[in-house]
Design a protein around this ligand. Sequence first.
Ligand code: GDP
Ligand code: MG
Length: 594
Amino acid sequence: MKHIRNFCIIAHIDHGKSTLADRLLEFTQTVSDRDMQAQLLDDMDLERERGITIKSHAIQMNFVYNDETYVLNLIDTPGHVDFSYEVSRAIAACEGALLVVDAAQGIEAQTISNLYLAIGHDLEIIPVLNKIDLPSALPEEVSDQIVDLIGCERDSIIRASAKAGIGINEILQAIVERIPAPKGDPQAPLQALIFDSVYNTFRGIEVLFRVYNGEIKKGDKVKFVNTKREYDADEIGVLKLKQEARDTISTGNVGYLISGIKEAREVKVGDTITHVTRSGPAIQGFENVKPMVFAGIYPVDTSEFEDLRAAMEKLQLNDAALIWEPETSAALGFGFRCGFLGMLHMEIVQERLEREFDMTVITTVPSVQFHAYTTKDEMTKVNAPSDMPEPNYIDHVEEPFVRAQMISKAEYIGPIIALCMDKRGILKNQVYLTTDRVELTFELPLAEIVFDFFDRLKTISRGYASLDYELIGFRPSHLVKLDILLNGEKVDALSAIVHRDKAYDWGKRLCEKLRELLPRQQFEIAIQAAIGTKVIARETVKALRKNVLAKCYGGDISRKRKLLEKQKKGKKRMRQVGNVEIPQEAFMAVLKLE
Ligand code: GDP
Ligand code: MG
């Protein structure tokens, strides 16, 4: 135990976490040069392309210090607000954290909230100023920020460049010197925290855990305390570049468990592993992850519904956070209502369906969960606008609120406050972190920030502002269901739940947007927005006069064919509602209302 160190890296996206991890693995010769490829820890193609770490992993290195060999367990954490619960469990598995700050960018909100999480768990913080090789680096200013923030000694900040390989040995030494060895009682009943799970097509779910007390042996009968399921520890081991099987994983150490688990859903991050006989209690802090954003996913080709179901089932095997159930829409036919952790998670699921399963899907307007009360205490959970009771049956509606922290340069706080006010926000606090960096705290409806809020925040602050938020509960709001009718027919997939004060404006802009997006047809299309039976906005798409092919009069046949091909392709993501054809963009138009 004396020779174990468990640590994670806290950093804002792009501040160099993955690059630094690569350097540490290289320096400790955990990977040979031949195996080294940039950003080793991001092993999913999609992650690499998006440059973010989606699922956390762990890797063990050996580091020789004063002639003694230390085992360093690096627990990788995801860096996006959508995955903050996973971050908190990874942090709980460590005694220390490297706080990596880009010397040219300074500290961001996401870094701060994860830092507070780490401090809350009593982690030893090792500040690392990364990218000091950049000409635009401001090491003195950013060091000031770090000292202000964590009250450390200025000279305890390690200056490094993950890219150029500067300061790597110093960081490894600091990990051994400053981070305490794990505590725990090897004789006590087993208590191991599950901080992640990884899906392997051949071997099923690999559960990653950190042993707090006791030890786990190959072949043990184990139990997951919160799910109450029992398994045989068929294989246990440590994670190097590859898995290395072991007979025992002892107190303080990190390892993996394979026990024939087939579905990610069976394994809950934050759960505790113990023995079936002589069992220990659950480790505190377990939460069931709840989806925050809901949307319908439908096959473009209605005959592919069963294929889509098979794809969703496969996806769910390795994505414990994805939930879904079958849903029918008058406009779109058979599909699935899905719950996601956030918008990024939704985009990832959609992209994986298309990339890994070759599905072409239509995604409907995302929405948060509302609570509609039909009497004072009879509540319906509204995950889709169609779940909303008729207006005259509603007593009141509640929506989820979040507390949002934003950090920005002082010069942008005006526009940021204006944006938050426009999003029905309530300013709670305003703190100067340094002379030119301000932290704003707002309470905001979740529905207002899950969609384009972050993009707009980035735009108005020229990329400087950062955001973090947490759910604080449901509050009553004046929400109404807004329907869209095309030639008098309600298109259920275009309905949305919006605040009453914004409904008129929303309806008007959505009608305008749809007028741009709906292709002209041989007849006129009336677009209407309505609340209940009351029409609040109307637009018209004029009838098409010319036949497209007329342009090619007498022209050569191949050009004509190309044009037809093009039309056919364009049709791929179209849906027929009554006699009107609706392109996919229309279903997502609400997201782009400006
Ligand atoms: P992550 O999102 O925190 O994992 O960040 P990455 O490790 O993916 O790094 C983001 C970008 O910064 C990449 O383009 C890296 O090459 C670059 N980068 C990382 N560390 C350094 C550094 O020390 N100096 C410079 N100049 N660039 C760096
Ligand atoms: Mg990364």
